[in-house]
Structures are given as structure tokens and as C-alpha cells.
Design a protein around this ligand. Structure first.
Ligand code: CA
Length: 230
């Protein structure tokens, strides 16, 4: 899908030129010729980037920028004919991402738009750290959030129950003895014995199995131990 650009510019010839160049680079472009209508558009539709002129009828670019920023974090490139205005914008800390002084070449604008979009995307992606999730049939274990869902429904697990289930699910089809599981999940110095493992397996089954007498996930291998079946 093409990226959407909003140009807020009252000089129609300039706006059209910017639009042509951006469209040639594969962007979808919308133009508003006044500050107030530009603001309305910016708040009511989703744009990937906004090119905002400073001197505008209706409402000036300072105010438009400020009001967009209060609601959205879309990148904004501010355009002005005067170098002093650019300094003023910077000083006000309105939250614009970049500034261009007129006259500028349309290709420079395109380059800046592209640079900001890729920077913005990198930022978004780096903020979206994905959780470490194990999914086996109807069971979803979110290791990052330490939550367990059975057929979409969250089930409450104690720390050790969670650790035990996660360990087994991460090593499917491997048979572990109770001693091995006890060593793995409980530290060696802790009180308790391998019967603890049996108790915890029972509790986990009550939460994840439809019929605990016929477990579909954690199988008992008689005389040996347990395994998570996939
Ligand atoms: Ca203007």
C-alpha cells in the first residue's frame, strides 16, 4: 500500500509541484490549502507524513503543528520562506521533525520525506519488541509476560507451575524423570522432594487438560516420568 502524504500549502502551484514529485515516487498525496482545513484533515485521516507550510490562511503552521502533535505522532516536515521562521519553530519546540526553507527543489523534499518515513518505521519497529511465545495446539505460553492461555482463556499459574509447564513444552517429546524435573525447576537446596513434581503436574493438568484422566499434553510414562506430547 502506498504511503499517504498530506501537504498543507496555500500556494497552489507549489503544492501541485510537490504533489507531482511525491506521486512519481509512489506516494498518495492529498492537498489542503489552509491551516484550519489542513488540521481537520490531519486529525480525521491517517497520514504517514505531513508537509506543513508555515504561513497559511485560516490558522498558521505553528498552531497546526502544535495541535497535530497533541493528538498524533505522525512525522511533520515544516516549510517556510524565511530562515528566521525556521529558527523560531525550532525554538518553540513544537515537535516538528524537520524544516525546509523555500525555495527548495521538489527532489529534495522527496528525499526528506523518504528519510523521515524510514526513520519513523525503524523507530516503530524497535518499539515493538515481540514477546517470546510458545504455542502448542490450544496452549499458548507467553514467556515474556509469564502468562498461559488455554483455548484463548487465561489460566492462573504459580511460578513453579509456570516454569515446569514451560520447560516441558520447550522440550517436547522428551521423557524426563521426576528427579530431573525437580533438579531443573527447583534449586537443589530447596526443601521438598520429588513428590512436589507429581503435585505440580496434577495442578497443571487441571488447568490445561479437558480430561485429566486422559491427558492430551503432559503424558505420564509409567515408571519413568513425564513428557510433553506434540
Ligand atoms: Ca504559505
Amino acid at each position: 500500500m502506498n504511503k499517504k502524504v498530506l501537504i498543507v500549502e496555500d500556494e497552489v502551484a507549489i503544492a501541485d509541484l510537490e504533489k507531482d514529485y511525491l506521486e512519481l515516487s509512489g506516494f498518495d498525496v492529498v492537498i489542503e490549502n489552509a491551516g484550519d482545513t489542513g488540521l481537520k484533515r490531519a486529525l480525521s485521516e491517517e497520514f504517514n507524513i505531513i508537509v506543513l507550510d508555515l504561513m497559511l490562511p485560516g490558522m498558521d503552521g505553528f498552531e497546526v503543528c502544535k495541535q497535530i502533535r497533541e493528538k498524533k505522532d505522525v512525522p511533520i516536515i515544516m516549510v517556510s520562506a524565511k530562515k528566521e521562521d525556521i529558527d523560531k519553530i525550532r525554538g518553540l519546540g513544537l515537535g516538528a521533525d524537520d524544516y525546509i526553507t523555500k525555495p527548495f527543489s521538489p527532489s529534495e523534499l522527496v528525499a526528506r520525506v523518504k528519510a523521515h518515513l524510514s526513520r519513523y518505521e525503524r523507530l516503530i519497529n524497535s518499539n515493538q519488541k515481540t514477546n517470546d511465545i510458545i504455542e502448542i495446539r490450544g496452549i499458548k505460553i507467553d514467556k515474556t509476560a509469564r502468562r498461559v492461555y488455554v483455548d484463548g482463556e487465561e489460566k492462573a499459574f504459580t511460578t513453579k507451575e509456570f516454569d515446569l509447564l514451560t520447560f516441558l513444552a520447550e522440550n517436547p517429546n522428551h521423557v524426563y524423570t521426576k528427579e530431573e524435573l525437580f533438579r531443573e525447576i527447583w534449586d537443589m537446596d530447596s526443601f521438598g522432594d520429588i513428590a512436589t513434581v507429581t503435585v505440580h503436574i496434577k495442578k497443571i493438568r487441571e488447568k490445561i487438560e479437558i480430561d485429566t484422566a486422559k491427558p492430551q499434553y503432559i503424558e505420564t510414562i509409567w515408571g519413568v516420568g513425564y513428557r510433553f506430547k506434540v
